[in-house]
Design a protein. Structure first.
Length: 429
């Protein structure tokens, strides 16, 4: 009998019933079923309420980056990530920055942008004028949707209108600027955009199509900067090398993509640990990096008159500390307590500092010793475990692979076989 993924009412089933269907479809063993249906601190009931079609959970390691001093305050940074060396690199970057006071950070107001797309407008430029003239009424209608947010100083603050030409013709885009305070704000902004749509249709005499938040949060920016003593990175020659490495990313988008990926290694790990939407943050970061028309690095590095390294970062940071998963996920609640941030803006500033620390450590490794040296040992552990090593044998195989400079699955298996044959130490073959 052929297998089919066409399963009517799958979402209505209890999680364990879904697991049984997946088991039969994929031919899973009981042991494999036990692996996927483990939900840890979430429990099936909570997990089933968070997303659709739940069959289990997928945990990733949670580590703590140390050494961070931001605006004169020390932080421990929870990071949820599966990639080796990221937590260590962030900690090392923060350590290098401490001699000159650590990181200094600031942020703009937590304003998100909601976009209302109007099509089939008889006179787009007259519609633009009319919307701007009706701003007070539109903002009032938007703020009626969330009196609690307004009561704590947030809400729709302003709007703008742009006329755009596209392959489908001219369109009018109304943008709401909403101060979201300590929530990320997507649901708030979407609700407001939906509510004002009929009013905007009446004013423009057009038809509203999309009404949705933008993840390019250019009005919600986080910035961080640091001065790193030249002796902390290995001397002025290393400082010059870091600046040259940065300049490569400045002119070449292929290098810039990897440069920014390293920055986001740290940022996304903290975003994920805090229960925030890492996809929104990453989309906004990459779009911001391309705002000039060429994809560019999110950081900037230069040398001061003393020969020290100076770095800075500016990045959209649409994150919250209340609402959504941050208020539901048990681990996210604990990690936010560890971070000790009091506002969404403070969280954004911490994230910017983490991204800058991560970039500092990566550039220093690339220039000074090559990226693989620090990464190799941690990667080797995963390779050894995948080959079947356990206990003390893991470290022995790791040590041997690094000595051989051959960190590969087939080498790990060969070393395992040497041990099984009773060798006290793996041969060098």
């Amino acid at each position: 009998m052929s297998k089919t993924s066409r399963i009517s009412g799958f979402y209505k089933l209890k999680p364990k019933e879904r697991v049984q269907i997946v088991k039969e479809f994929a031919g899973l063993t009981d042991e494999e079923v036990n692996v996927i249906q483990s939900t840890g601190c979430l429990g099936f009931e909570l997990a089933d309420r968070m997303i659709e079609n739940v069959v289990g959970a997928f945990p990733v390691p949670l580590g703590i980056a140390v050494n961070f001093c931001i605006n004169g305050r020390d932080y421990l940074i929870p990071m949820a990530i599966e990639e080796p060396s990221v937590v260590a690199a962030a900690s090392y970057g923060a350590k290098m920055a401490r001699m000159r006071g650590g990181f200094f950070a600031s942020s703009t107001e937590p304003i998100m942008i909601g976009q209302i797309q109007v099509v089939d407008v008889p006179d787009p430029y007259e519609a633009r004028r009319a919307v701007l003239a009706g701003k007070v009424e539109i903002l009032s209608k938007a703020n009626e949707q969330d009196p609690v947010l307004v009561s704590v100083g947030g809400g729709a603050r302003d709007l703008d209108v742009k006329v755009m030409k596209s392959s489908a013709g001219s369109m009018v885009i109304v943008e709401l600027f909403v101060d979201c305070r300590d929530v990320m704000g997507a649901n708030v902004v979407n609700t407001m955009a939906e509510a004002v749509a009929p009013l905007i249709e009446r004013i423009t005499r057009g038809k509203v199509c999309l009404r949705i938040v933008s993840n390019l949060a250019t009005k919600r920016l986080a910035r961080a900067w640091t001065v790193v003593a030249k002796e902390e990175v290995g001397g002025e020659e290393v400082v010059d090398g870091i600046i040259k490495a940065y300049s490569f990313a400045e002119v070449d988008p292929y290098r810039a993509a990897t440069h920014n990926k390293g920055i986001l290694n740290g940022i996304i790990a903290v975003v994920l640990a805090s229960g925030n939407d890492h996809r929104a943050v990453e989309a906004g970061a990459h779009a911001y990096a391309a705002r000039s028309g060429q994809y560019s690095p999110l950081t900037f590095w230069e040398k001061n008159k003393d020969g020290d390294l100076v770095g800075s970062i500016e990045i959209p940071m649409a994150v919250g500390i209340v609402g959504g998963v941050t208020g539901v996920h048990p681990t996210a609640k604990v990690t936010l307590k560890i971070l000790g941030v009091k506002t969404s803006s403070e969280l954004g500033e911490v994230l910017a500092a983490v991204g800058l620390a991560q970039n500092l450590a990566a550039l220093r490794a690339l220039v000074h010793e090559g990226i693989q040296r620090g990464h190799m040992e941690l990667h080797a552990r995963n390779v050894a475990i995948e080959a079947g090593a356990t206990g003390d044998l893991v470290e022995k195989i790791v040590e041997r692979m690094i000595e051989m400079r051959r960190v590969r699955g087939d080498i790990a298996k060969k070393l395992m076989e040497e041990y099984k044959r009773g060798r006290s130490y793996p041969a060098k073959g």
